[in-house]
Write a protein that binds this ligand. Structure first.
Ligand code: ADP
Ligand code: ASP
Ligand code: MG
Length: 416
């Protein structure tokens, strides 16, 4: 007998039919003698619908009320799934995040889980119940409802699996595993049998939404066996493994394991800023004070005592506010400079632990982009990834060209 935490995403519970199918799947596991905790998302599109409703009422809703609102989506699906299980004769009880014991800090809309009290949960499981828990939500120590950031049901699943010492956390979704890149953009993408925690962390943070980054962090930190699988068809999915496990199996690692991309960032440049100590902090300080996260940063080399250019990226949703801060606070403070901005950019990233021991990945990447006439606007690297910022209109072309050039294409279909 094993204990599984099974998380079903929005599409997997997107209709009455789908909810019934999930109930059947859960029943199968239970009939085999396993204990099951199910975590569900809101029905697909529901969280966005709720956010749009709020926008129609108030363009600056308080984060507390936003969490009160968006957490309702998951409350619908837990009760419907419990009812569907009852129809099949399976004893099941639904719980909100707070009821299932998920305690978070008070950072509304991006709360972090601090503690999970599993006592009641265990009692239910020992009693033969299937526990159906709402993903994405928790409560702070004053009982306020909080949410864990978009895609946060993945994190609920992995965190519950960690707290319970589950045998596996299974993330059921609308693709049958983690692919070399988003299969919706590149039909030649291949499912990976395994991927390391480290690579998955990079892919998630660089834009692959198949897993929320915090879920991967939890899995790494608490050694939770984590698998991504299809909720529509049976199959092995993709297992997220610790690096050491994978190295034993494969003599030679592929250079690149995956390609991530995002069009959700914007780029800002200050031209002709003074090249003296302290300027970078005078530019980024007011932005950090406004709680805006900065991603890539590039500063040109300037002749001594001269002027330089400073470029960085932020989330597209923070673009306007960042522009305003630069205009109102930073430029007057620096006393010189010219402001440029571009929110039609995309970031494309190659990820692979194999690139650690290989030179030349960057130059090969640049050659492929040059051959496609794609202009590179920024570059950043770390040990296992290379990211470039390009024009948004070239994003999909770049992803496909790189996918082919780095040997990631599925072999049995015609090139696009
Ligand atoms: P859920 O609603 O089940 O949480 P998401 O939409 O959050 O599902 O995540 C699944 C989606 O992630 C897929 O439909 C796919 O388009 C996208 N995706 C992006 N990158 C990848 C990748 N490397 N492998 C698989 N899916 C990916
Ligand atoms: N319903 C939430 C969202 O759409 C959480 C999730 O699905 O993981 O972001
Ligand atoms: Mg998701």
């Amino acid at each position: 007998m094993a204990l599984y935490v099974q998380k079903f995403g929005g599409t997997s519970v997107g209709s009455v039919e789908r909810i019934k199918a999930v109930a059947n799947k859960v029943k199968r596991f239970r009939d085999e003698g396993h204990q099951v905790v199910v975590v569900v998302s809101a029905m697909s599109g529901e969280t966005n619908r709720l956010i749009e409703l709020a926008e129609q009422i108030n363009d600056e809703p308080t984060p507390r009320e936003m969490d009160m609102l968006v957490s309702t989506g998951e409350q619908v699906t837990i009760s419907l799934l419990a009812m569907a299980l009852h129809r099949l004769g399976v004893p099941a009880t639904s719980y909100t995040g707070a009821q299932v014991g998920i305690q978070t800090d008070s950072a509304y809309t991006k709360a972090r889980i601090q503690r999970i009290d599993t006592e009641d949960l265990r009692a239910d499981l020992d009693d033969g119940q299937v526990v159906v828990a709402a993903g994405f939500q928790g409560a702070d120590d004053e009982g306020n409802i909080t949410t864990l950031g978009r895609g946060g049901s993945d994190t609920t699943g992995v965190a519950l699996a960690a707290a319970l010492g589950a045998d596996e956390c299974q993330i059921y979704t609308d693709v049958d595993g983690v692919y070399t890149t988003d299969p919706r953009v590149c039909s030649r993408a291949q499912r990976l049998e395994t991927i390391t925690v480290e690579e998955m962390l990079e892919l998630a943070s660089l834009g692959s939404k198949v897993l929320q980054i915090r879920a991967v962090e939890f899995a790494g930190k608490y050694n939770v066996p984590l698998r991504v699988l299809s909720s529509f068809e049976d199959g092995p999915g993709t297992l997220i493994v610790a690096e050491s496990d994978q190295e034993e199996d494969s003599m030679e690692e592929p250079l690149i394991s995956g390609i991530a991309f995002t069009d959700k960032e914007a780029k800002l440049t200050l031209l002709n800023t003074p090249d003296v100590p302290g300027v970078a902090s005078r530019i980024l300080g007011p932005i950090a004070d406004a709680n805006i996260e900065v991603d890539m940063i590039v500063q040109n080399v300037a002749p001594v005592g001269d002027y330089t250019d400073f470029t960085f990226t932020v989330a597209k949703s923070d673009y306007k506010q960042t522009m305003q801060i630069l205009k109102d606070q930073v430029l007057p403070d620096l006393g010189s400079g010219e402001l440029r901005g571009d929110d039609n950019i995309a970031k494309v990233s190659l990820v692979g632990v194999g690139m650690r021991s290989h030179a030349g990945v960057a130059s090969r990447m640049f050659r492929v982009l040059a051959d496609e006439n794609v202009n590179i606007r920024m570059v950043s690297t770390s040990e296992i990834k290379i990211s470039v910022v390009i024009d948004e209109k070239h994003m999909e072309l770049a992803v496909r060209a790189l996918h082919t050039a780095f040997g990631l294409d599925k072999q049995d279909i015609e090139p696009e």
